[in-house]
Ligand binder design. Sequence first.
Ligand code: CO
Length: 209
Amino acid sequence: MDLKKIFENNKNWIAERLATDPDYFKKLSNGQNPEVLYIGCSDSRVSAEELMGACPGDIFVHRNIANMVISIDLNMMSVVNYAVNSLKVKHIVVCGHYLCGGVKAAMEAKDLGILNPWLRNIRDVYRMHKEELNAIPNETERYNRLVELNVEEQSYNLLKTAAVQKAHLERGLRVHAWVFDMQNGELIDLKVDFKSKLKEIMEIYNLNE
Ligand code: CO
């Protein structure tokens, strides 16, 4: 993509916005009050706001390779704590996607240097669900299933944080696990039963005393 084109696009975008609402940028400058924290993959094809039809101000966004929620990732944990405690979002979405390069890489026997420790967390998900995954003979289906299981496990990682536990108990903050299918554009809710999962997680990860 031509970088000059980006600045042309920006000028057109400003004109379009002002044509619909002359106060658009004044309103945008007044502050943000998003109700959703979206945690997704950095993949260029999974453009968070666009696929949800969301506008600036609607969604607080964090993206990294393979939408990982890692407890010692200061970046991720800062985003979660700020979104939950300051912005007081009502929902946190972990959104993965089929054909995820990060998940694919974690299924291969290969040294990827600095990416190894990051992808190690996906290999852990594979190990946790080894029996189910190894029972799937078709490689593409196994890969797709690992994408789903990884989203689920990353959403469980959110439930293991003190901020999410507290906000859930105090004001009903909810966590969701979604997958984007770029082959048809569909956004799929994996419909995880977070109520029973939270109960199970709180047996061991309770940080609320
Ligand atoms: Co990806």
